[in-house]
Ligand binder design. Structure first.
Ligand code: FAD
Length: 375
């Protein structure tokens, strides 16, 4: 039914890949473009909650494939950073039936590869950096840095926090540096186990934290990711760091955390940036999703989850409300997503999530396929 509708998605991050896979399954003629020369296995972990796993089920049962290879923590444990006292113990997979799906922690590269495998390979165009586009009301002409051009009927911006597409529609505005960075490292699972690691924990003190979890079913890799105040003047999206710098930032933390950091060989640091919410996510034949329209600090572990939820709701809007009146369809998408995405963005930026006992059902129990769409 939608075979004649050409959809160009710029950005093959987790949001763009989800949109490509879901729209292809509805029969749209989808092409996915990314400026990267190809897939690379970024050294980091990611948590995906039940709200996202319910969506991945629509990619030919990807949820089940991921459950086989990922770690399935029963609980989320919040600890005081200095003495290790438990502040909160929140059921994750211990209550997966209530949430409607499992909660996984996984290597980000393994997740990305598994999601890319759900998109027709010949429709993924690496080495395509979008430099400009023109929406003439009937279609959208795309111009890439490599000199190639393409014409699509709908353009989806999944090009992340520094979105070129967002910039062209809403104007150039630098993302806001929050004053915080994240150190990231992966250590051997055996080293974490020897220290008595929790399966999934966040250690907190007044102005910083460290989140620690296993990345695979066999618990062979253990991931450390922090949030901490620091200067950042570079324009780079990440920089190499050192074990010593990492350790100095957590010098007053519990010996178990010190032990994790001692086991870190390769350490990187990332600036945490955000943007104010947008009052519109679309213009003409162009529509935004994920970090291109609502980037956030990562402290709810829901940034990519929101990008995938956007992809699912946008797919529903395009296939259920149709493409004849794109303005109405995109308005319905924005209306269905704005409140939830902004709520998550605001709690995530405030860094309060699950620090104290609370019921995360409103977030994890949500199912975008139960949403009533109104045009
Ligand atoms: P991105 O992943 O940024 O993808 C954008 C893509 O667009 C890239 O592949 C890029 O190469 C491409 N691109 C950009 N410009 C162009 C162009 N002009 N032409 C062509 N291609 C272009 N989220 C979670 O859900 N769970 C977590 O546990 C979690 N942990 C996090 C930890 C940290 C430290 C950080 C920083 C973030 C974390 N997040 C987490 C958030 C998550 O990483 C982002 O929200 C998510 O990656 C956004 O996905 P996206 O597809 O919108 O954009």
């Amino acid at each position: 039914m939608f075979g004649g509708v050409r959809v160009g998605i710029v950005g093959a991050g987790l949001g763009g890949v989800a949109a490509a896979g879901l729209l292809q399954r509805q029969g749209f003629d989808v092409t996915l473009y990314d400026m990267a020369p190809g897939f690379s296995r970024l050294g980091a972990g990611i948590q995906f909650g039940p709200n996202v796993l319910k969506i991945l089920a629509y990619l030919d049962g990807l949820d089940k494939k991921l459950e086989e290879i990922s770690c399935l923590p029963d609980y989320w444990v919040s600890r005081n950073g200095t003495d290790g006292a438990v502040l909160a113990k929140i059921p994750l997979n211990a209550e997966h039936e209530r949430y409607g799906a499992p909660y996984i922690t996984i290597h980000r590269g393994d997740l990305h590869q598994a999601m890319l495998d759900c998109v027709e390979t010949q429709r993924i165009k690496w080495g395509h950096k979008l430099v400009d586009f023109t929406d003439n009301g009937r279609n959208v002409a795309l111009e890439f840095e490599n000199g190639s051009t393409e014409t699509v009927d709908i353009l989806i911006a999944a090009d992340g926090i520094n979105s070129r597409i967002r910039e062209k529609i809403f104007g150039l505005e630098e993302a806001l540096y929050t004053g915080w960075i994240a150190h990231r490292a992966i250590i051997p699972g055996a080293a974490a186990k020897a220290l008595g690691a929790d399966v999934n924990a966040k250690w907190w003190t007044a102005d910083r934290h460290i989140v620690c979890y296993y990345l695979d079913r066999k618990e062979e890799e253990f991931y450390l990711v922090t949030g901490e105040p620091a200067e950042w003047t570079s324009r780079a999206g990440q920089l190499p760091s050192t074990r010593e710098e990492f350790k100095a930032a957590f010098a007053d933390y519990h010996p178990m955390v010190q032990g994790y950091i001692d086991a870190a060989e390769t350490v990187t640091k990332w600036p945490l940036k955000t943007r104010d919410p947008l009052s519109k996510w679309h213009e003409g034949r162009v529509v935004l999703l994920g970090d291109s329209c609502h980037p956030m600090k990562p402290h709810m572990a829901q940034g990519a989850a929101m990008a995938v939820e956007d992809a699912a709701v946008l797919t529903r809007c395009l296939s259920e409300l149709g493409v004849a009146d794109l303005d109405a369809t995109f308005e319905a998408y924005y209306g269905a997503r704005k409140e939830r995405a902004t709520k998550v963005q605001s709690i995530s930026n405030a860094n309060t999530w699950l620090r104290q006992p609370e019921d995360p059902y409103w977030c994890y129990g949500d199912n975008v396929y139960n949403l009533k769409l109104t045009s």
